[in-house]
Each structure stands twice: as structure tokens, then as C-alpha cells.
Design a protein around this ligand. Structure first.
Ligand code: HEC
Length: 283
């Protein structure tokens, strides 16, 4: 028989002592091994726990805890992140998305851009030329197409106000890579938009050139024109289109019926991005 360690025996005795107090205890032939086995479940009761704890011999000192590595000590010594920071960390992605949204605001919020886009949609241009100017019943206006036909916005303004059936069969616009345009040659006609106000006409032209066709707007003259349109928008200007002024400002090479004499006076300047006092090149 193997020797039972003294502390186990003491534990089993303690357990037995407890068991003897119970009515159902069978105390006759408890082998030391069985006693040791029964000691474990018995230790669940509070008095037995105390007894077992007391029974652990003092000559077996608990092993000294191994010294912790310095990096664990450092980690414990470090100041913790306060719990209230966690919701903030969790909100970071939401903030990032919100911030990314603000990056586009300058263009979206600018009344010049929103107003111009609205007229392009409301006047029905988008229906025939596509929301992005990709073309449809009417020509493509995106990717530089609109200023390939009309190097100067004034000629484009005349074309929109007059439409193309009034000049059917006549050439208009500049010499493009695919030749000069001929009114009606596409098989359809561009309707006349004489009801637009001068501001609406300029806005829709700005939208087609700067936004859809990607025209360079960085020149001082272009920026001045944009600023001028913003001011008219703020004032709610409703000046009707002055078609004679447009014909005077347009280029006879590009616009049938244009006189090319330029603006009559300072109070009626040619629309579009012209440097102050600049004459429209007359062919
Ligand atoms: C009913 C369809 C229709 C609508 C609406 C329409 N267009 Fe057009 N547009 C055309 C057609 C068709 C042509 C080509 C006509 C031709 O062959 O002469 C054209 C031509 C043009 C051109 C000349 C492009 C080039 O390169 O020759 C411009 C600029 C233009 N449209 C601007 C506009 C604007 C601005 C509006 C809104 C105010 C508008 N269109 C509304 C059908 C339309």
C-alpha cells in the first residue's frame, strides 16, 4: 500500500468528522484512498473548507510568486484609458464619414452650382442631353464637346435662345474635329428657349461648360463671371434675355445673324467671362 501524505489524511479525518455528524454517513470501512476521494466533494461545505484550509501544513510554504517580467510591470503601472473614452473611440468611424461628407460641400453648397444644375434639369435640357451631358436626342455636351462647338459662351447662348430650326441647314459654331455643325443635321432640332431670364440662360451655359464639359474656370475673367452670377442669384434677378445684345456680342463666324459689334454701352456688357472692356473678336 502506498503511503498517504499526512495532509491528505488530516483532510480525510476532518471530512469524516463532518460526515459522522450526518445521519446517512457510512463510517465503517473507509479506506484512506476512499476518504481522500470523498474529501473533495465534502470540501464544498463552508465548515469543511475552513477545516481543510487549517489542515494545510505550515511546513509547506506557498511558492513565492515568480517576479513578473518588466514589461508586464510596466503595463500595470501605465495609466489606463478612462472608460468614458470608449464611446468616443466607437464614434470615430461616424465622425470620419461625416467629415468626408463636408469635403464636398464647397461645390454642393455653392448656390451658383446648385442653381445652375437645377435649371439644367428643370428646363428639360437633361431630358434630351442626359443628366451628365452624355447626349441623347440632343448632342453630347460633356467632355469638352460644348466648348469645341462654342469657344465663346455668347455664341452658345444665342443657340439656346434661338434653337436650331430657325437656322436649319446653316453652319454654326467653330470648326470641330468632326467638322462644323449644321443646324438640323442631327435629324432633330434644338428647341428655342426664349422664355429663360438672362440669369437662367447664363447659369445653364455655365453648368454645361464648367460642370459638364469641364471648362477651366481658373482665369480671373471666369472667376469674375461666376461671382457676378452669384450676385444676380442673391438679388433674385429676373432680367429677360436681350437677344439683340447677344447677337451684337456673338461671333459672326460661329453664329448666323451675329453682328459682332460688341456691347452697345457699359450698362449692357456682353454676358460671359470677359475681361473688363474686352472687345469680342469679330470675324
Ligand atoms: C427636345 C430635346 C431637347 C431639349 C429639351 C434641349 N435640347 Fe439642346 N439640342 C437638342 C438637339 C436635337 C440638338 C441638335 C439639333 C440640331 O441638329 O440642330 C441640340 C443641340 C444643343 C446644343 C448645341 C451643341 C453642339 O455641339 O452643337 C446646345 C449647346 C444645347 N442643345 C443646349 C441645350 C440646353 C442648354 C437645353 C436646356 C435649356 C437644351 N439643349 C434642351 C435637343 C434638345
Amino acid at each position: 500500500m502506498t503511503e498517504i501524505p499526512e495532509h491528505l489524511l488530516k483532510r480525510s479525518r476532518a471530512a469524516k468528522g463532518k460526515g459522522d455528524e450526518g445521519a446517512s454517513s457510512d463510517s465503517t470501512a473507509v479506506t484512506p484512498a476512499a476518504a481522500a476521494a470523498s474529501a473533495a466533494p465534502a470540501a464544498a461545505g463552508p465548515p469543511a473548507v475552513a477545516a481543510a484550509a487549517a489542515a494545510i501544513p505550515a511546513d509547506k510554504p506557498a511558492p513565492a510568486p515568480a517576479p513578473e517580467p518588466h514589461y508586464i510591470e510596466a503595463a500595470k503601472a501605465r495609466r489606463r484609458i478612462p472608460a468614458w473614452v470608449l464611446p468616443l473611440v466607437g464614434a470615430l468611424p461616424i465622425w470620419a464619414i461625416a467629415f468626408a461628407g463636408t469635403m464636398q460641400q464647397p461645390e454642393v453648397e455653392d448656390p451658383l452650382f446648385t442653381g445652375a444644375e437645377a435649371i439644367y434639369a428643370e428646363a428639360g435640357c437633361a431630358g434630351c442631353h442626359g443628366g451628365g451631358g452624355g447626349g441623347g436626342v440632343g448632342y453630347q455636351l460633356s467632355d469638352g464637346n460644348v466648348w469645341e462647338t462654342f469657344p465663346d459662351p455668347v455664341d452658345q447662348m444665342v443657340h439656346i435662345v434661338r434653337g436650331s430650326s430657325a437656322i436649319n441647314g446653316e453652319a454654326y459654331g467653330a470648326e470641330r474635329s468632326d467638322g462644323q455643325r449644321v443646324a438640323g443635321a442631327s435629324g432633330n432640332n434644338m428647341p428655342a428657349f426664349g422664355e429663360l431670364t438672362m440669369l437662367e440662360l447664363e447659369l445653364v451655359v455655365f453648368h454645361e461648360r464648367a460642370v459638364l464639359s469641364g471648362e477651366d474656370t481658373s482665369s480671373a475673367a471666369y472667376q469674375e463671371w461666376m461671382e457676378h452670377l452669384r450676385e444676380l442669384e442673391e438679388e433674385g434677378d429676373e432680367t429677360p434675355v436681350d437677344f439683340d445684345l447677344l447677337l451684337a456680342c456673338a461671333n459672326p463666324d460661329y453664329t448666323p445673324g451675329a453682328t459682332g459689334v460688341g456691347a452697345p454701352d457699359e450698362d449692357h456688357p456682353c454676358p460671359g467671362p470677359h475681361a473688363e472692356g474686352e472687345e469680342v473678336a469679330a470675324g
